[in-house]
Design a binder for this molecule. Structure first.
Ligand code: MG
Length: 383
């Protein structure tokens, strides 16, 4: 292919893309409308845009909305962590950008308390191998101070599998062992959802997804009470928030680059996106409709009419319906009198009407529909 032709084809492709992209970006009256358990339509442009987050500059780096719990400095350790045992004789220490567990210093916990999160932690077991099984490079990352993701040097070191590095301790072994050797840094990326139990009823078991060095080892694993030592844990209520804890198991395990991001609320705890209860859906739909009507109030003519019609598929409110009907009648009369140059506008409103009829928001025998049909036929806009 010669260059000129290649250039031409590329231009055609770009123009085509723009042509296709514009209607999709603005189209309402397009995908299926909200239903009893979904407040949003399919491909709904009223749905909020995802907030911008600047990603970390290097793999594992903290994104812009992360809360940094340890950045390698003494200051960030002092600012964000406390020792749990007031009577201890030693403290954890910061050395060469790493936070080191010191035998006898006990558990440390974050000052901030949180629950559902994406957590990033990097750790390294001692380079000098000592002991075996649970005695080699043991520490732990405790979500909400309760559920341990085991930290252990399991490179050529078998142990009971539900106590392996990357296990939810006492609940579930990791599905693989992608650990680096002793002394090398390992990364944990954890997605944690706390259990939700109300009035003794388990609404959500809670779950954990864990990646070790980028390899999935837990995949939405149910927490089944959160695990523990020796005893089989049973589903139990968790508090709303808790600190992150790091374990002192007597081995000088190092930690660095610790940060978390909170996750959006699930529908059962008040989240307003996704599949909701019928009551929550109704409430959210009313809220969206009110917002659209507020916007409609700032517009005139066809734009106002379309916005009001759009609000009806979230909430078929009598006042908004009557207002849209009045504006619709006015619009149809205007175009009937002076149709020149109005084809685009008219067909847009006609498309919206057809959408509302198709989804039973507007009755199919509404008198306005026949009037519109006549105008389309008389002007040959259907050809
Ligand atoms: Mg441990």
């Amino acid at each position: 292919m010669n260059l000129k032709l290649k250039y031409l084809r590329q231009t055609v492709r770009i123009v085509l893309f723009l042509f296709l992209a514009v209607p999709f970006a603005k189209a309402q009256f397009y995908g299926d409308p909200p239903d009893d358990t979904h407040p949003w339509a399919i491909h709904d442009n009223n749905r909020p845009q995802p907030p911008r987050v600047e990603p970390g500059k290097v793999p594992g780096g903290a994104p812009s909305d992360a809360v940094i719990l340890f950045d390698g400095s003494v200051e960030s350790f002092k600012k964000n962590w406390i020792h749990e045992n007031a009577k201890r004789k030693k403290d954890w220490k910061v050395q060469d950008g790493a936070l080191i567990s010191v035998g006898g210093a006990g558990t440390i916990k974050s000052k901030v308390e949180f629950a559902d999160c994406q957590l990033h932690v990097e750790w390294a077991a001692p380079a000098k191998v000592a002991s075996s099984s649970q005695g080699r490079g043991n520490s732990g990352v405790f979500l909400m101070g309760k559920t341990e993701v085991q930290v252990l040097d399991n490179y050529n070191n078998p142990t009971y599998p539900d106590g392996f590095a990357g296990s939810i301790y006492g609940v579930m072994p990791p599905m693989a062992n992608p650990l680096n050797g002793p002394g090398k840094w390992q990364s944990y990326d954890i997605i944690f959802r706390r259990p939700i139990i109300k009035d003794g009823k388990v609404l959500d078991d809670g779950s954990m997804t864990v990646l070790i060095n980028g390899v999935v080892v837990q995949d939405s694993t149910p927490l089944e009470g959160g695990g523990g030592h020796r005893a089989r844990s049973r589903p139990k209520a968790f508090p709303l928030n808790g600190p992150l804890k790091l374990q002192d198991h007597g081995n000088p395990v190092r930690f660095r680059n610790i940060w978390y991001r909170e996750l959006r609320a699930r529908p059962i705890e008040g989240g307003t996106d996704g599949k909701l209860s019928p009551e929550a859906t109704k409430k959210k739909r009313a809220e969206i409709a009110a917002k659209i009507r507020q916007d409609a109030a700032t517009k005139n003519g066809k734009e106002k009419l379309l916005r009001l019609m759009e609000s009806l598929y979230y909430q078929n409110d009598a006042g908004a319906y009557a207002e849209a009907e009045g504006l619709g009648e006015q619009f149809v009369n205007e175009v009937a009198e002076k149709p020149e140059g109005r084809k685009g506008d008219f067909m847009q409103v006609n498309n919206a009407v057809k959408y509302l009829v198709r989804h039973k928001i507007l009755p199919a025998d509404h008198p306005g529909i026949d009037a519109m049909k006549t105008i389309i036929e008389e002007n040959g806009w259907n050809k």
